[in-house]
Write a protein that binds this ligand. Structure first.
Ligand code: RET
Length: 266
């Protein structure tokens, strides 16, 4: 397959993945609803970027003749913060806690992507490798937060949140590590791999990191929600709707248990 075919393949794969994630996502609590919407939107946004690249708009030809696909970075600047926010919500039981820490995580991630964009657009070797090192340093900061303070937060939660965080953080960090390696080997870096090989590899890694990881993360948030509902640990304010849909008796039970608990605490 040539490079453009890979870009079309990724566009269609992302669209199908987004539709599947939106259609299967459950929305019983606000937490679950947040995860479903986030994981549905991530591949949808990627589809926009892949389409732009497939029709040769999301790229520029540099004076050296190298074609630089900058639309990848537009995709990553939106989708990576969303994925990190989802993981933070799992560790923190809602993202409203430790807002400074979460903001620091997202800012480091954005620095990683923006410096990566300048790396890709550079032609002078010194400038290029300076940007690469800066991007890797920001990547280390992202890992530090994920495996340091956020992991410590997750260990203080219930068994389902803890195990979901521990599983997701390992899968996410292994997948993300592949990006700087593939980009390093390709035409933007050491020029060992061809543009087609890099585009094919990134298309596959992107589909796994967005769609497959999306399903894994949504399964985790389903487990967490099931356990919360079973324990009656869901107050009416945490539900995604204030009216209980008929045919959802477990919600009605959890709501009344949750409101009883709330009243007991007053
Ligand atoms: C770049 C530039 C070189 C240095 C580093 C990079 C890291 C990229 C990463 C991208 C992750 C993208 C994901 C998209 C999925 O939605 C920018 C290649 C460190 C980690 C996960």
């Amino acid at each position: 397959m040539d490079e453009t075919t890979w870009l079309w393949f990724a566009t269609l794969g992302m669209l199908a993945g987004s539709a599947a994630l939106f259609l299967t996502g459950r929305k019983r609590t606000q937490d679950e609803e947040g995860h479903s919407i986030a994981h549905g939107l991530v591949p949808l946004f990627a589809a926009v970027a892949y389409f732009a690249m497939a029709v040769h708009q999301g790229q520029v030809t540099l004076s050296s003749g190298r074609v630089f696909l900058f639309a990848r970075y537009l995709d990553w600047s939106v989708t990576t913060p969303v994925l990190l926010l989802g993981l933070s919500m799992t560790a923190l039981h809602g993202a409203h806690r430790r807002a400074g820490l979460v903001a620091g995580l997202l800012a480091s991630d954005l620095v990683m992507i923006v410096t990566g964009l300048f790396f890709g657009a550079s032609q002078d070797p010194f400038t290029k490798w300076a940007w690469y090192i800066a991007s890797c340093a920001a990547f280390v900061a992202v890992y530090y937060v994920l495996f340091g303070p956020l992991r410590a937060e997750a260990q203080m939660r219930d068994a389902e949140r803890r195990s979901t965080y521990n599983r997701n953080v390992v899968i996410l960090s292994v997948l993300w590590l592949l990006y700087p390696v593939v980009v390093l080997l390709g035409p933007d870096g050491l020029e060992i791999w061809s543009a087609t090989l890099v585009t094919a590899c990134i298309a596959i890694i992107d589909l796994v990191a967005k769609v497959v990881y999306g399903f894994i993360s949504m399964a985790g948030s389903k487990r967490i929600t099931d356990a919360d509902l079973e324990r009656g640990d869901v107050s009416p304010a945490m539900l995604s709707t204030h009216s209980v849909p008929s045919g959802e008796p477990e919600l009605a039970a959890a709501m009344s248990a949750g409101s009883l608990r709330q009243r007991a605490q007053i």
